[in-house]
Design a protein around this ligand. Sequence first.
Ligand SMILES: NC(=O)c1ccc[n+]([C@@H]2O[C@H](COP(=O)([O-])OP(=O)(O)OC[C@H]3O[C@@H](n4cnc5c(N)ncnc54)[C@H](O)[C@@H]3O)[C@@H](O)[C@H]2O)c1
Length: 349
Amino acid sequence: MKIISVESLSKILQHHGFDNFMMDLIGALKRDFSRWQSFTKIPRPAMYVPAGVLELMPICDNELYYTFKYVNCHPKNPLIGKQTVVATGQLSEIITGYPLMFSEMTILTALRTAATSALATDLMARKNSHTLALIGTGAQSEFQVLALQLVRDIKVVRYFDIDPKAMDKFEKNMKKQSFKLIRCKNAQEAITEADIVTVCTASKAHVDVIKNNWVKAGVHINALGGDTKGKTELNLNILAQSRVVVEYFVQSFIEGEIQRLSKEKAKELVYAELYELVTGSKKGREEEQQITLFDCVGIALEDYSALRLTYELAQKYNIGEERNLTPKLKDPKDLIAKLALDKVFWKGV
Ligand SMILES: NC(=O)c1ccc[n+]([C@@H]2O[C@H](COP(=O)([O-])OP(=O)(O)OC[C@H]3O[C@@H](n4cnc5c(N)ncnc54)[C@H](O)[C@@H]3O)[C@@H](O)[C@H]2O)c1
């Protein structure tokens, strides 16, 4: 079984190139969202604890693989020097059920979330979008910008975070990019003049990070931080004036911005699930002046695409350690042989 550590994933990205990885991941997402009906899926089971949430994200296709991811969200972790979100994941073959790869998924989650935002933005934002506003410059932020610039010609990034150090870090990491960086005093100033607004903040509460009257016509919003029960980022009135797209209604209704609506209202308001835009059965945007909103919570299918691509590239470049996390047996019924019986039972005699 292949083990993909943080170092191995980093090697894969170095060999393949960041932009190539991101473009291939967007391609993999398109492939997998296009065959939406062929996946066995469930809304992710979540365990709520005082400091955050612990989630398991399983999914299975009907040809090759089953994957799952374990992920948390603990918004106050940075106060004790720990990340808000960490994750690990596994890919198994469905024909035998054997695990093929166990992987780090903290970085992979940032990559797949960015690729998913880029895919939605490409389908929903105006073609002539050049100014991006980014609210929340934490761990996800650079990935978001780097992915979005692959689908739109981003010339200006306006950004704001309540933590000035997070903005310093973002500036340091992004200073070599070709777009202009504009540090803002608050979220309202950041979203002024923006064509695309990406909100990726973390608080365990319903917060109006963006207010309704700040949002101008024609904007596309990616709302990423409202992704679990009791945790949203947008003023509720924004939803009513937007074309709202979610990934997977049954999960988004529990976790997304739409969680504060009644089920009836949410059903009425949600225009499409992302796969319907990917297959072309519905259009992301029909008018320049429309406000579009991708209410993103993160679903298991996106992790499937990311794990599958990682596995394929790990094979291609021969990266990752082989470890016996499942026993290799000459006789598949002789499991106990792996225990070196003499040593286990007669030890000390
Ligand atoms: N939808 C998805 O698929 C997906 C995937 C990964 C993470 N997320 C979510 O994205 C969010 C960000 O994740 P992260 O790993 O970057 O976390 P992080 O803790 O590293 O960064 C979050 C940043 O938001 C800032 N912030 C908090 N409240 C703010 C406010 N009102 N205005 C401006 N900035 C504010 C914090 O100071 C921090 O720098 C989390 O809520 C996480 O759950 C969603």
